[in-house]
Design a protein around this ligand. Structure first.
Ligand SMILES: [Zn+2]
Ligand SMILES: [Zn+2]
Length: 360
């Protein structure tokens, strides 16, 4: 099977990856579409610890094609995949807070191999392959009418952006919002803030090319430049909610500085291990908060079907997010384009270039 593999030295589409059958509580999913997220490059760049070789990809949609004992999900069901391999039994799971489940990083039996050697699954999915195996907790049923590319994005960029705004910061009608970084997640933060009724949605990015899509999704102002200077100029009394969508300490510090009284700063991006931040403690005194946010801090089994319904009803517009759809053979090229800032979301079409009828 073809897959986009990071060997520790090379990023390449290879053709000889094996995938095992699902065991108890697991499903095999034929991946139809998978988005390329900046997080996929964090292992490659050494920002997170990632054992190699590894099949990258964690934002995907597909169809259940096989299931292990005890699984009730239907064969042929269209699903969005979630990195949250929840245990379903702990207090957090029972309380509907799966992002707090400590079981999500427990290992499961190796899914992929190459010439008899173990190959890892990036964040418990490994979506840049035609087929993967995950637990039943990791698949969220969605309607067949939902396009594969859109369904894929729901699994990471969309749920994270919308969850951060609606559930973590709980942005209210009439509030002012600052979004730092208009990448895949930042663009969803923008639209979620608009749908929440934010009065102003100010966006800072270093790439002027992002202005048109940011405005299309709901930005009321778009600025290129230093966050502190922009915040002071645009909102001298601060913003009610600030979203740091890049994962850089100086940007989060500038965001905290830009908070209004009662404001919430949300760290949406995943910073490299060991990153430290310095800010004036006194600035938090006026009922301000700094919040971490994992996968939007929401339950994907509740949130993703709701986002799918809103998309199909025309209440949210996710089509502009998809910049390009390419076959897996163009993997290395798509990565280059992401690094060059040419993509909002590049998506792999896993069915492209496959002999018809062969799902493996
Ligand atoms: Zn992601
Ligand atoms: Zn749990």
């Amino acid at each position: 099977m073809k897959a986009l593999l990071w060997t520790g030295a090379r990023l390449d589409t290879v053709g000889d990856i094996e995938v095992r059958e699902p065991l108890a509580g697991e499903v095999a999913v034929r991946i139809e579409a998978a988005g390329l997220c900046h997080s996929d490059l964090k292992g490659v760049d050494g920002d997170i610890e990632q054992p190699v070789p590894v099949v990258l990809g964690h934002e995907a949609a597909g169809v259940i094609v096989a299931r292990g004992p005890g699984v009730t999900a239907r064969i042929g069901q269209k699903v969005v995949l979630s990195p949250l391999r929840t245990c379903g039994r702990c207090a957090a799971c029972r309380a509907g807070r799966p992002t707090l489940c400590r079981g999500t990083s427990e290992p499961m039996q190796t899914v992929f191999s190459r010439a008899g050697e173990k190959v890892h699954q990036f964040v418990r999915i490994g979506a840049f392959a035609r087929r993967t195996v995950v637990t039943e907790a990791q698949v969220i049923p969605v309607p067949d009418a939902l396009p594969d590319t859109i369904a894929a994005l729901l699994g990471c960029a969309v749920i994270t952006g919308f969850g951060a705004v609606w559930e973590r910061a709980r942005v209210q009608r009439g509030e002012s919002v600052l979004v730092i970084g208009a990448g895949g997640i930042g663009l969803n933060v923008i639209q979620a803030a608009k749908v929440a009724g934010a009065d102003s949605v100010v966006v800072c990015d270093t790439n002027p090319r992002k202005e048109s899509i940011a405005r299309r999704l709901g930005a009321t102002d778009f600025r290129v430049g230093e966050v502190a200077a922009i915040a002071t100029a645009v909102a001298p009394n601060g913003f009610d909610a600030v979203f740091e969508c890049v994962g850089r300490p100086e940007l989060l510090a500038a965001g905290i500085d830009a908070l209004a009284w009662g404001g919430r700063a949300v760290m949406v991006g995943l910073p490299p291990e060991g990153t430290n931040i310095t800010f004036a403690m006194r600035r938090l005194f006026q009922d301000k908060a700094v919040l971490g946010c994992r996968m939007g801090s929401v339950d994907p089994h509740r949130f993703i079907p709701d986002l799918a319904r809103r998309y199909l009803a025309g209440e949210i517009d996710l089509d502009p997010l998809v910049t390009d759809v390419v076959p897996l053979s163009q993997g290395a090229r798509l990565v280059e384009r992401l690094r060059a800032g040419e993509l909002d979301r590049g998506v792999f079409d896993l069915a492209a270039g496959e002999p018809t009828g062969d799902g493996s």
